[in-house]
Design a protein around this ligand. Structure first.
Ligand SMILES: *Cc1c(COP(=O)(O)O)cnc(C)c1O
Length: 361
């Protein structure tokens, strides 16, 4: 591909970040979360770089099958469980674990006739009110799953935190306490923590941690970046300047002429836009790196291009390197400017881009 926009993936940063999870939660087993195509980084690429994880978490059967086909042998957990009874045969065939979060899934298992039992992770709704059984129903569901021939003897218990990205949100302690009470007396390994739990709430570490975002070197916490947390960014969205020009004072740039030059000034055109996953609503002033130095986005990002203010880089020329996010410019910072979260930016990076990996080790 000749277009200079590309995604650079640092595999050694992935391994570093996994080691950082180990360091923060040394007693825990790690379920590496690789749903949504490994948060946009490439599912099998990520899973193989994280081969020392104890298990992988995905959103659906298709993702799990892709991992199995690529040679992943660890447990793979379907985080939303089976959607329909049709999936059960393949779930057994590929030796996948399932999250059980709704009574319809319990019924589906009770009616199933399978060659081998399936390992279940019983999900408790401790307050997020997305997936899971309410605390008062857990004992009964546990009993039904224990009695079910389609379910393996060893059942796990898990919950999910709603506000762990906010260190001072009182909901965290309420959820942790609720889960502790529900689990008391049930002989199960347990799991609570996503990345934010791992980083900010050591009492969520339990038996298994479930890091997603932090494996990719990014902080989910409002008040920090991955670098602050000892993580290294895995994805860098790079491109180059494809035009440099001097515009006169008061000339507009880009669609809608939303920005005008305050003086005669150099501007650069970068080959990257919303068609690559760059957020279209990033405002003028959003930082972009040109030759490793910060400059500002000006005007609206278009599909394949965006325009930057080169007044602080007057010698910049066509072909000079540009970083939209990643090494040197945390995606957390871009997300704040664009009024979104780093998760969305990473997942939205477009598959049309060339992916280049390094640091295989
Ligand atoms: C996506 C997901 C995670 C990972 O969350 P991060 O915030 O990316 O660490 C953990 N557990 C469940 C159930 C998830 O769906």
């Amino acid at each position: 591909m000749t277009r200079p926009a590309r995604v650079v993936i640092n595999l050694s940063a992935l391994r570093h970040n996994l080691a950082r999870v180990h360091e923060l939660a040394p007693a825990c087993k790690i379920m590496a979360i690789v749903k949504a195509d490994g948060y946009g980084h490439g599912l099998t690429r990520v899973a193989h770089a994280l081969a020392s994880a104890d298990a992988f978490g995905v959103a659906c059967l298709e993702e799990a099958k892709e991992l199995r086909t690529s040679g992943i042998i660890q447990p793979i957990i379907l985080l939303e469980g089976p959607y329909t009874a049709n999936e059960l045969t393949e779930i057994v065939q590929h030796a996948l674990d399932i999250v059980v979060h709704d009574v319809t899934q319990v019924e589906l298992l009770e009616h199933a006739d399978l060659p081998k039992p399936i390992t279940a992770w019983l999900k408790v709704d401790t307050g997020m009110h997305r997936l899971g059984f309410l605390p008062e129903n857990v004992a009964e569901i546990w009993r039904r799953l224990s009695d079910c021939k389609a379910v393996a003897d060893k059942i796990y218990l898990m919950t999910h935190l709603a506000a762990a990205n906010e260190r001072d949100n009182s909901m965290n302690h309420a959820q942790i306490e609720c889960f502790r009470k529900v689990c008391a007396g049930l002989p199960a390994e347990t799991s609570i923590a996503n990345s934010a739990g791992i980083l900010a709430f050591p009492d969520t570490h339990a038996d298994w941690v479930r890091p997603g975002l932090m494996l990719y070197g990014v902080s989910p916490l409002r008040d920090s970046t991955g670098i602050d947390e000892g993580l290294l960014p895995v994805m860098t969205l790079k491109s180059e300047l494809i035009a440099v020009k001097i515009l006169r004072a008061n000339e507009p740039v880009g669609y809608g002429a939303t920005w005008r030059c305050p003086e005669d000034m150099p501007v650069g055109v970068v080959a990257a836009g919303y068609g690559d996953g760059y957020p279209r609503h990033a405002p003028s002033g959003t930082p972009v790196l040109v030759n490793g130095a910060r400059v500002s986005l000006i005007g609206r990002a278009s599909m394949d291009m965006l325009i930057v203010d080169l007044r602080t880089q007057p010698r910049a020329k066509v072909g000079d390197p540009v970083v939209l996010w990643g090494e040197g410019l945390p995606v957390e910072e871009l997300a704040r400017h664009a009024d979104t979260i780093p998760y969305e930016l990473l997942c939205a990076v477009h598959k049309r881009l060339q992916f280049v990996e390094y640091g295989k080790g």
